[in-house]
Design a protein around this ligand. Sequence first.
Ligand code: SOE
Length: 385
Amino acid sequence: MSNAGDGTIGVGMVGHAFMGRVHSHAWRTVHHFFDVPQAPRLAVLGGRDLERTKAAAAKLGWEDFETDWRALIARDDVQIVDICTPGDSHKDIAIAALEAGKHVLCEKPLANTVEEAREMAEAAAAASARGQRSMVAFNYRRVPALAVARRMIADGKLGKIRHVRAQYLQDWLSDPDAPMAWRLRKQEAGSGALGDIGAHIIDASQFVLGEHLAGVSALTETFVHKRPIAGDPDGRLDDVTVDDTALFIGKFASGTMASYEATRFALGRKNSMRLEVNGEKGSLAFDFESMNELSYYDGGSPDETAGFRRILITEASHPYAGAWWPPGHIIGYEHTFTHEVFDFLTHIGDGTDPAPSFADGLQVQQVLGAVEASAGNESRWTAVP
Ligand code: SOE
């Protein structure tokens, strides 16, 4: 990959809403805290509206701005394309960027359908052979506590795993008068809570356990079918065409039993992404709202002192933590994105494929598709008389 030659690598990012803002923060800070082969240069920000994109570029620290993502991809000062748009544009932007010889970081979920995700994974595999790296931005893998959980399970600390239960609870849609958003339109988002936050707990649970789900059975529900269009003078409503909540159970290849809950109606839970793993020798529990902590129950403890204990994951020996502050000076949501671009830049530098790959993103998309299929008509729902 030809780079700027000044030791930097040019980034072109498409999208400047929540993900664009937090990715910008990651690109701006990564080389000040981590040793990376090339420092990222925030070359160009892409958006649809000229004035808003120009303002966002200035605010978020981008050197230039562009309203045509195809022109952004074609620029010689862009070696990495970072996709922070709604899911309906992921495939077109990612495949064009891969075919243009760029490395690609794409927000989750990879796509809006399994078919789109498959095309992207095929393009990424071909690009890898040409020395191009691609990765899906499942940032919760980069929470130090979840990296420690994965390591403890891989080291057998919990023994054979019997259960994993995962929840991703938010409440920003609890109010039926909360306005319409792109995340509520199937055409743009692909699905609702399922793909937006359910994808995170599918990927995080598989990452921590080190294995894939073999099958699911599911229910989805939409509580609020119409919502006001923000700022509409006539108070018009628009149709919600996605799920408001998804509940599903699953079984892993090893026989581990799993239960999942994804909702944006859990009033009072702001961004509570929770995992609990129960093994024969111990258990782990995590809640993102206390993201620097991991609760561990050691089944080998004598009864009188047994109990879940809190491990503060801020030691230099913990993944990523040593790059920041002394123990106990906790980190936050945005740090997981800095960890993500650190790993991406490292893989670009040493010519190896990052994880999660687009193939991993396709596998998550297949789980999402199975949940939708099960909830749609194949779910064996037995009514209670
Ligand atoms: C909204 O549910 C959202 O912004 C998700 O889209 C992000 O992936 C999650 O990290 C925070 O909540």
